[in-house]
Write a protein that binds this ligand. Structure first.
Ligand code: FDP
Length: 311
């Protein structure tokens, strides 16, 4: 795989990477704008954390305020980007048209995923999908790019515009610097990240987990989708699942806001994602708040999940 960092022998920032990769101009401007917006969201997280330190009794309200504030920041930045036609967010009840609705891209956002973890100082994230057609279309045909930001000890940004999956770190000067180009998952990993309560798992899912345990997989679950997924991507293998549960056949996580963007990034990194039967990117969403079971990671674990769930 051609490596831009090798060719340039050093510092490559996000804009340069997208330019050299030959990503269409409007798309790279939009991705850049979103990456910049993440800095404002990060500032908001810091601000609220300071303000509410030690006031745990009202934390729930603040968490909601932070989700909403992140959404407002994103919305206002995208409104003036000139490239966005419509915006769908986990924080909004319906899709909103941006400007005259003549922008090129349709954006989905989970502005602040895992915000219930802010008080514990665990990592949280922003997840973005960029579509070429209205978002209720089949993901694989329709998605132009996906990215997520992790707000942890470092702020990192992972993006793909269909030319591999790449990671950048925000440095002290406020630049996104390339840290890993063309991330490739191994065929088989050694960590697993399991959502849902064991007592609510289906028998087939339980047997799958027992298989992983017998194989010696290590448990890694923080309760934040972005850091949990990020760990599997950066460690180059393993499996994240939030399965169908006995009381909830569709599981917990949302198809267009959380799952399709991550599936896009994982496929571009040589991994895969399924709901147990269908590829996540082959599903045509029926509504913006549709939930869906997920098995996402390296190929071996995802194929094994399909085997167990359909046996
Ligand atoms: P949260 O409810 O804290 O916002 O989608 C939301 C999410 O977190 C994901 O980030 C995370 O993977 C999942 O829910 C955690 O669910 P459980 O609390 O059931 O483990």
């Amino acid at each position: 795989m051609a490596s831009i960092s090798d060719a340039t022998q050093g510092f490559v920032d996000l804009r340069r990477h997208m330019w050299i990769s030959g990503i269409e101009v409007d798309l790279r401007r939009l991705i850049w704008q979103i990456a910049v917006t993440a800095k404002y969201i990060s500032a908001k997280i810091h601000e609220s954390n300071r303000k509410f330190a030690g006031m745990k009794n009202i934390y729930g309200e603040e968490q909601l305020a932070l989700d909403r504030a992140s959404d407002e920041i994103l919305q206002s930045q995208l409104r003036y980007s000139g490239f966005v036609n419509a915006y769908a967010s986990e924080e909004l009840a319906s899709i909103i048209t941006i400007g005259k609705g003549d922008g090129k891209y349709f954006v989905t956002a989970d502005p602040l995923d895992g915000s219930s973890l802010v008080d514990t100082n665990l990592a949280i994230g922003t997840i973005i999908g960029i579509h070429r057609t209205p978002v209720l279309e089949e993901g694989r045909k329709n998605m132009a790019a996906a990215l997520y930001i992790t707000y942890g000890p470092l702020i990192t940004m992972v993006y793909s515009a269909g030319k591999g999956t790449h990671e950048f770190v925000l440095n002290r000067e406020g630049e996104y610097v390339l840290s890993q180009e063309h991330i490739r998952l191994k065929d088989k990993g050694s960590i697993y990240s399991l959502g849902g309560l064991r007592k609510d798992w289906t028998d087939r899912h339980l047997r799958y987990v027992e298989f992983l345990e017998a194989e010696g997989y290590k448990l890694r679950y923080s309760g934040g989708f972005v850091p949990d997924i990020n760990q599997i991507l950066i460690k180059k293998g393993g499996i994240f699942t939030y399965p169908a549960l006995k009381g909830s056949a569709t599981g917990k996580l949302r198809l267009i806001f959380e799952l399709q963007p991550m599936a896009f990034l994982f496929e571009q990194a040589g991994g895969s994602a399924t709901d147990g039967e269908r590829d996540i990117l082959a599903i045509k969403p029926q509504s913006i708040d549709q939930r869906c079971p997920i098995y996402i990671g390296s190929r071996f674990e995802v194929d094994k999940a399909k085997e167990f769930l359909n046996s």
